[in-house]
Design a protein around this ligand. Structure first.
Ligand code: SF4
Ligand code: SF4
Ligand code: SF4
Ligand code: FES
Length: 1002
């Protein structure tokens, strides 16, 4: 127990005094403190008296018996002194400030402390405003030097760009030690802007837009500020603050704040979007369950596709080589009559339905229902076919559920994280921040196994670069070594795992010698890998091993077999069933997990209920009043094959740029050409839409309600922030119109009703409901009927009838399109931080397009030297399937004869999948994109570097541990505000208390 202002209250272990005071709703200034950043200790505004000493509440751990007094005169005087220093660094012009939105810490602290007059007048700093970043600007004059931004950049985002030059006569925030923001290593994640307690760092989209008077021209603005400053000495701050609060309240009349979920990658960041009419003022992350205050550049700043002029606003119907605008009634009528006709003439399996992983769970459910109930086909799939299906199979085989074993918190808690074939910092940026933070601050070990030396590889304790496509071999060799040397988790295996003998037998040939030959890794590296895994797997200690993997593993001939091998290795070493362990196939698109979960699969109903199961068919047949068919339908890649073979006549595709993201683009285009009728539904006119007969204008995430499911299996609600753009409709409404036109009795009025129906038919989602998902609430499936969810899987056994996992004897499926004399280079492809996939959304944010304007090919320095290639050299890459012309970027991210082409391309003809071929994962048909060889023809022409010099990849970071407040305290002019204010003798107030120090005992 602790005493707070004479009242005895419970303290909690691990919390600091400021947390306890906040819990008790005791008013206390705390300008630099941010719960997700921890104590920074730069502002001194939180000084309280504890046991007779004046100390910073933010950095003092709660201890039993503490006597805390917040209102003693000495503490109040110290806080006033501290805050006066802050106001010398910040001009209070709240009424004409875009940050005057009720949540400005500097403004609110003036009111909390009751400041009437400043002792120290505002002193401008001798620096210009820096507006060189496309998305935010820094105003040094308004910067109070709290260091929140530095802490966020250094230790939460861990991009390590920011610092403060504490020793300077005029300290300020620095980017890479003093570069313009636009030339620095800043990745525009927005963490710093989000945590800034005032308007020093601000989103450009807010400037001159948020306030009632902030749009006034600069001379008038300066005059307004001068007027406020001139009257302040005579009337004090209270009336001025009152005025600004009236202005702030007035903003509530036109600023809408709507909770949504990011529509880019599978991390599942959630936040509020602030809008004024159709203008997006800003993205405000606060306490999303996956991300807290974190975002990446796409989630924070990449929303302009929603408001783009390119949005489709009318259905389009093909007339010869052109499209003409049509009414919705005409388009729906044409679609329904074509569907009826094709079904009558060729049967239901001549139609196929591709469901968008950008759409909601409810939309996935509804479109597969349209296919199965109304049309009668199981030809239903989604783009997990292009990335994650193999991982799902690997997990189904071994542990039972096809999803991440735990949440991001488990990954943070791991003692060892192994990333295989995942460029996590670029493809799952916010998840990567948690790994980088745990690695930097908490001693987490990081191993990266990949072809490219990306950011995570440069940070890793061990970076291994095996031969392309050979991960299966080193995994089995390490499993064998651990088993052979008696270092496996025997007790765990005995209690929880079946199949050890068959598994041992299946890997008997994976000797170290064989693995060395096949992978190119050395025996020492393989032994080191095994040692590190065994050390981190000690089940008597907290945490263990988490393996993260992505498309580098799955987009191979043996993607599902290698995914199985990962899970086998985790089982052998006992890395399931407890926090800080498990398997994490990182889901690519925001809802690629959810669309599969909700039935967008050719052989599964929602919740992975098998169509082959008569009971499942009976249940859905009864609910939907239809005959359910047991046959597996076509998957995405088979649909294109069937179109090429003349068997598929009608394809209805939503929100997928399939013509560029499926492998072998020329084969896909040929397939489209052979369809009788092709319907494309999207928010913009995609390259795929160019092949369509009808194009339907859809509404993106900000314009609808629904739910997404992230890589954590976390279901979260998104709320409509904007009205659907006139002429467009949410996908679920379009599906309903088509179903109704085909005679179905569908009458959904809100996506919540669709979720209720899906949950009633799906044990995995039994307790999922919109009520339980209200606001920032979320549920990780499986969800029991009473609403209990499951953030960590397998705590009471595996998802098999006997609760035991299964070691699964997997098969090695080596590469088939290996390099030869004609195609002598290995082609790798993947995402870049700034773009998602082909870039249809991200290229429509001009700031992002400026950072990465084009596709290019990364060439290693050694290959560049050998072929006479330099940055900007035009080359043609040629594979057996096609050719593309690109500019080269010489970088040591790639090695030897491996080249890398990002998936994003402004022009369709530059897209990398003109080069990829027809090889597929042997179990799931996922294209083996990574199993591609090319030759490079150097064209002799040299242009500019394809990556602008302002791109962060050229810059050098400036790592340090947070804001380094000790350097501020060491300044000759720094005096602790509590000094000389009635301290107990001998008290040492100027020492930084360990932010992770021990806490209370009760
Ligand atoms: S990387 Fe850039 S945007 Fe992100 S926190 Fe650092 S300085 Fe701010
Ligand atoms: S720019 Fe950084 S140091 Fe300055 S006020 Fe904002 S968060 Fe604090
Ligand atoms: S793209 Fe991914 S990491 Fe970035 S904000 Fe969106 S969900 Fe988060
Ligand atoms: S809140 Fe700034 S020092 Fe405690």
């Amino acid at each position: 127990m602790i005493s707070v202002n004479g009242v005895t209250l419970p303290g909690l272990a691990g919390e600091n005094v400021v947390d306890a005071l906040n819990r008790f709703q005791t008013e206390l200034p705390q300008v630099c403190y941010h719960q997700q950043l921890g104590p920074i200790q730069t502002c001194d505004t939180c000084i309280v008296e504890i046991d007779g000493q004046l100390v910073r509440a933010c950095a003092t751990p709660v201890r039993a018996g503490q006597v805390i007094r917040t209102e003693v005169a000495a503490a109040k005087t110290a806080r006033e002194e501290a805050y006066d220093r802050i106001l010398g660094n910040h001009q209070l012009y709240c009424t004409v400030c875009d940050n005057n939105n009720g949540n400005c810490t500097v403004h609110n602290t003036v009111a909390l402390i009751g400041v009437e007059h400043q002792q120290r007048p505002f002193q401008p700093k001798p620096y210009e405003i820096d507006s060189s970043n496309p998305f935010y600007r820094y105003d040094p004059d308004q910067c109070i030097l709290c260091g929140r931004c530095v802490e966020a950049c250094q230790n939460l985002q861990v991009n390590e760009t920011l610092s403060i030059n504490w020793e300077s006569a005029n300290p300020r925030v620095l980017w890479d030690g003093g570069k313009p923001i636009g030339d620095s290593s800043c990745v525009s994640c927005g963490h710093c802007v989000t945590v800034c307690p005032c308007n020093a760092l601000q989103e450009k989209s807010m400037l001159h837009e948020a306030g009632m008077f902030t749009g006034i021209p600069l001379p008038m603005f300066n005059s307004a500020v001068a007027v406020i400053k001139n009257i302040e000495p005579s009337i004090g701050y209270t009336p001025i603050l009152n005025l600004s609060e009236i202005e702030s309240a007035g903003r509530e009349g036109y600023i809408e704040k709507t909770k949504t979920v990011c529509t880019y990658c599978g991390v599942g960041c959630s936040f509020e979007v602030w809008t004024k009419d159709r203008h997006i003022l800003k993205i405000e992350p606060t306490h999303g369950p996956a991300n807290g205050v974190s975002t990446c550049v796409k989630g924070k700043f990449g929303w302009e596709y929603t408001t783009s002029q390119d949005r489709l606003t009318s259905p389009l119907i093909r007339e010869g080589e052109r499209f003409r605008e049509a009414t919705w009634a005409e388009a729906i009528d044409l679609i329904s009559s074509k569907m009826r006709q094709v079904k009558e003439e060729h049967g239901p399996d001549a139609l196929a339905f591709v469901i968008s992983s950008k759409g909601s769970n409810e939309e996935s459910y509804l479109k597969q229902k349209l296919a199965r109930q109304v049309i009668g086909t199981n030809n239903v799939d989604n783009c997990s076919r292009y990335c994650q299906s193999p991982a799902t199979v690997g997990l189904w085989r071994t542990v039972g559920y096809g999803g991440d074993s735990g949440t991001i918190k488990d990954i943070e808690a791991a003692r060892l994280v192994i990333g295989v074939g995942t460029n996590t910092a670029e493809s799952h940026p916010v998840l990567a921040t948690r790994v980088k933070r745990a690695h930097k601050l908490h001693g987490q070990e990081l191993i990266v196994v990949d072809l490219r030396e990306h950011e995570m590889a440069t940070r890793a304790d061990l970076f291994l670069r095996p031969k392309a496509g050979s991960d299966f071999v080193w995994m089995n060799a390490v499993s064998k070594l651990i088993l052979d040397e008696g270092r496996a988790a025997d007790a765990f295996l005995a209690e929880w795992v079946n199949g050890i003998d068959e598994f041992r037998d299946s890997i008997k040939d994976y000797t170290l010698e064989y693995a060395v030959r096949e992978t190119g890794l050395s025996e020492a590296q393989l032994r080191d890998l095994a040692d590190r895994i065994v050390r981190a797997s000690d089940r008597s200690r907290e945490g263990g091993v988490c393996v993260l993997w992505a498309m580098g593993v799955t987009q191979q001939m043996g993607g599902s077999e290698t995914s199985t091998a990962i899970s086998n290795l985790l089982l052998v070493t006992g890395n399931y069933m407890r926090t800080g362990t498990g398997a994490y196939p990182l889901r690519g698109h925001n809802n690629v997990q959810g669309v599969s979960d909700f039935g967008a699969m050719p052989d599964m109903m929602p919740g992975y209920q098998k169509l082959a199961d008569q009971d499942v068919r009976d249940k859905f047949g009864a609910a939907w009043n239809c005959e359910m068919r047991p046959e597996r339908g076509l998957d995405n890649t088979q649909m294109i094959d069937a179109a090429n073979a003349g068997k598929l006549k009608l394809l209805y595709l939503t929100g997928e740029e399939m013509s560029l993201t499926d492998a072998d683009s020329n084969h896909v285009a040929e397939g489209y050409g052979k369809l009788d009728f092709f319907i494309v539904q999207d928010v913009v006119f995609s390259n795929t839409a160019a092949y369509a007969d009808v194009v339907l204008p859809a509404s993106p995430a900000l314009e609808k309600d629904g739910t997404f499911t992230s890589t954590e299996r976390r279901i979260q609600r998104l709320y409509q922030a904007l009205e659907p753009l006139e002429g467009s409709k949410p996908d679920w409404q379009i599906y309903q119109l088509i179903a109704q036109a085909l005679g179905a009795d569908w009458n959904y009025t809100h996506p919540g009703e669709i979720m209720a129906e899906a949950a009633s038919l799906t044990p995995l989602f039994a307790g999922v409901s919109y009520e339980r998902l209200e606001g920032y609430n979320s549920q990780c499936w499986p969800v029991d009927a009473d609403g209990t969810d499951t953030p960590l899987l397998y705590t009471e056994g595996f998802h098999f009838p006997d609760k035991k996992a299964r070691l699964y004897p997997a098969i090695y499926a080596p590469r088939v399109q290996t390099e030869d004399s004609e195609y002598d280079l290995h082609l790798n492809s993947g995402r870049m931080l700034e773009h998602l996939h082909e870039g249809n959304m991200t290229f429509r944010t001009p700031g992002i397009a400026a950072l990465v304007p084009d596709a290019f090919v990364e060439v290693s320095p050694e290959l560049a030297a050998e072929r006479g290639v330099q940055d900007g050299s035009f080359v043609r890459l040629v594979s057996p399937f096609g050719a593309i012309k690109l500019r080269a970027l010489v970088t040591k991210r790639v090695f030897g004869n491996q080249v890398f082409v990002p998936m994003n391309a402004q022009r369709a003809e530059d897209a990398v999948n003109h080069l990829t071929g027809q090889n597929r994962d042997i179990n799931t048909n996922t294209p083996a994109y990574k199993d591609t060889s090319v030759r490079m023809e150097v064209l002799g022409e040299v242009g500019q570097s394809p990556l602008p010099r302002t791109n962060h990849r050229y810059a050098t970071r400036t790592p340090q541990n947070g804001v380094e407040v000790e350097r501020k305290w060491a300044r000759p002019d720094y005096v602790y505000p509590g000094d000389g204010l009635g301290l107990l003798e001998g008290a040492s107030l100027n020492s930084r208390v360990d932010k992770f120090g021990a806490g209370a005992d009760d």
